[in-house]
Design a protein around this ligand. Structure first.
Ligand SMILES: [Zn+2]
Ligand SMILES: [Zn+2]
Ligand SMILES: [Zn+2]
Length: 421
């Protein structure tokens, strides 16, 4: 393309602003309609003599190529400006979208997407996973919270049911209700990985603020502050677990976390308990440091909790009406009496589906835990057996042993003796 055509094309894209800029640089008149300005510049580079060339002196000095270069420069500048303008516009429209999105999500809380990850960043990445708890639904980074049991290649498989660590800790102990996370759950990271294959030292140091309101609550025995830890990829979702050789210091005081030897993996009943640090903290800033020696990945947090009484926990357990439907219960009992206990790998056409042939069946109404007659029979929803236990005894024992249970899985049951079969 020759000089004139190139300039013509570029000038065709010019706005008044660019035309005036070029004319200013050339030192010639900027007066007239847009087409006049275009013609005036073109005249300087075309061979045709323009009758009324303003400031032709300059033309002689810089020449056609010089004018063409001015036009070219102005053209490039315009493109760069346009590109950044476009970026700004895009940014602005994004912001508007965001604002709109926020407003929408405030209106309908079930649509809200919160990113709250133990890595501490709330950036959205390509692979996110959402907590299944309807009241929570926080999103976390798959790479932060899904840890394959064994080292493997590629992405770990995503579980169909995922609970974030806040929901896991809330369910780990039905006798405690989380009031507030004073330290948001945070992943314990080893500052250095030992090269000799031994377990790395995990360390964390945090401060947290205790408000006047919080410390007033702590005057009541129903409130406590608890430091807790869970194993991120624990096969049992709802339990606490401290890493090996855990050491906790609160405001300089050593606090016991384990009631087991440091090398042992779990406490009694296959679970650990949180560490109560209420007596070591006060209103204002509190300092907490934790260290351990373990090669697995843990999440650590501090929460303000409210205690539930046995009565309150009992009230949470689904009532008979919300438990197993009677037909299902009868079918289950029939299976137990008739065909024995179906095994997981048993065919559907096995004996277990046969009609009950026994005339009378003796059912034991003695609670295996208390040894007394069952008052309110309890069972776990997924259980396929006939045996029940006294619900109150079970809950009380759990409160004492601090062995947690999934309350939602428990249900009150018709006393077995009340079935007519
Ligand atoms: Zn993360
Ligand atoms: Zn959750
Ligand atoms: Zn069972």
């Amino acid at each position: 393309m020759d000089l004139v055509s190139t300039c013509k094309n570029q000038l065709a894209n010019f706005r008044i602003k660019e035309l005036k800029d070029v004319l200013t640089q050339l030192g010639i008149s900027k007066q007239g309609r847009k087409q006049d300005l275009v013609d005036r510049i073109l005249g300087l580079i075309s061979d045709e003599e323009v009758s009324n060339t303003h400031g032709s002196a300059k033309k002689k000095i810089i020449g056609k190529e010089g004018v063409a270069k001015l036009v070219d420069d102005a053209y490039r500048k315009m493109q760069i400006a346009d590109a950044s303008d476009l970026a700004t516009t895009r940014q602005t429209s994004l912001d508007i979208c965001d604002v709109k999105h926020k407003v929408e999500t405030e209106d309908s809380s079930f649509l809200s997407v919160k990113i709250c990850c133990p890595c501490g960043t709330s950036l959205h990445t390509d692979s996110m996973i959402q907590c299944i708890d309807p009241g929570c639904q926080v999103q976390q980074h798959v790479s932060c919270v899904i840890i394959p049991g064994k080292p493997m290649e590629g992405l770990p498989s995503i579980p169909a049911i995922f609970h974030c660590e806040m929901c896991r800790i809330s369910r780990a102990d039905p006798f405690c209700v989380t009031v507030e996370h004073l330290i948001s759950p945070v992943k314990l990271i080893a500052p250095t990985l030992p090269s000799d294959g031994t377990s790395p030292v995990l360390k964390i140091e945090k401060t947290f603020q205790l408000t006047k309101l919080d410390s007033d609550l702590l005057q009541s025995a129903e409130y406590d502050i608890q430091a807790w830890c869970i194993l991120l990829n624990d096969s049992v979702s709802f339990r606490m677990q401290w890493p090996q050789y855990s050491e906790l210091h609160v405001n300089g005081y050593g606090v016991r976390t384990l009631n087991r030897p440091g090398s042992q993996l779990l406490g009694a009943n296959g679970r650990d308990d949180g560490a109560l640090i209420t007596m070591y903290v006060g209103e204002g800033v509190n300092k907490i440091s934790f260290s351990a020696c373990d090669s697995r990945l843990f999440c650590f947090g501090v929460r303000l909790l409210n205690r539930r009484t046995v009565e309150q926990v009992l009230a949470l357990i689904p009532k008979e009406a919300d438990g197993e439907p009677l037909e299902d219960a009868v079918a289950r009992v029939c299976r137990c009496i008739g065909g024995g206990v179906p095994r997981a790998n048993e065919d559907s056409d096995s004996d277990s589906d046969l009609e009950v042939i026994a005339d009378t069946v003796t059912v034991n109404l003695r609670c295996p835990m208390s040894g007394s007659r069952i008052k309110v029979a309890g069972r776990f929803k997924p259980c396929i057996h006939m045996g029940c236990f006294d619900l109150e005894t079970f809950v009380e024992l759990n409160q004492r042993s601090r062995k947690a249970m999934a309350v939602s899985n428990l249900s009150q049951e018709l006393l077995p003796g009340r079935y007519h079969y």
